[in-house]
Design a protein around this ligand. Structure first.
Ligand code: MN
Length: 220
């Protein structure tokens, strides 16, 4: 079959789109060896401006070493190890977190607008899942030593249905992945999302909406 110029152009465009989109699929690439974040600077840039006096402490964090208390309403606690905790991560496009789960604990449905997440189970067992934009739930039970991936931007969760505590290390391809927890985003925003938006969205009455809002209200 003769080679068609049109098909060639199509292939070129397809490849160009793949290359271009892959080059912007995580944090932007760095332009120097290091750019340790000056977290106190008033200068606003994409990321943080670089500070001049750098030490090993800027690249160090001991905050994921031990389990954190999980005696809250969800029964889970996320400890972040992002650029705001490790200034040396600025411009490097990666970060970690540790998540601890009490028995029955839940890391409630949430998304990370700027990162794909990979979790590695340190202890225990978890039922994990994410939902695609076609509304398909992809879920699995994972245990100590196993890994699961949550693609960037998709709603996901982890639930400890075991009888013992569980914990994971989570890795992100962003220095600051950002988290939007679905329930808190909709029911605890400041100022509040209007009741008439939520009643219509969830097809329930104001009473039900206000009940949920009260559960997420800051403790006085
Ligand atoms: Mn997550």
């Amino acid at each position: 079959m003769a080679y068609s110029g049109g098909a060639g152009m199509f292939m070129f465009l397809a490849i160009a789109i793949v290359v271009f989109t892959s080059s912007v699929s995580a944090d932007p690439d760095m332009l120097q060896d290091i750019c340790v974040a000056d977290l106190t600077s008033a200068v606003k840039v994409n990321g943080y401006p670089c500070k001049s006096n750098v030490t090993a402490e800027d690249f160090f964090f001991a905050g994921l070493a031990k389990p954190e208390a999980t005696n809250n309403s969800a029964g889970s606690l996320v400890t972040l190890a992002n650029v705001q905790k490790i200034p040396g991560l600025n411009t490097l496009g990666v970060s970690l977190a540790r998540i601890d789960y009490a028995p029955e604990g839940l890391n409630p449905p949430h998304t990370h607008p700027r990162a794909t997440e990979v979790v590695f189970v340190l202890e225990g067992e978890l039922d994990v899942g994410f939902i695609t934009t076609a509304n398909v739930l992809i879920s699995k039970s994972i245990k100590k030593g196993e890994i699961f991936v949550f693609p960037r931007g998709l709603v996901h969760f982890q639930k400890n249905n075991g009888k013992t505590a569980a914990s994971v290390i989570a890795a992100f391809n962003s220095q600051l992945p950002g988290t939007q927890s679905i329930a808190a985003t909709l029911f605890a925003a400041t100022p509040p999302v209007p009741d008439n938006v939520l009643t219509k969205a969830f097809q329930v009455g104001t009473k039900e909406i206000d009940k949920i809002k009260s559960r997420f209200a800051p403790k006085k």
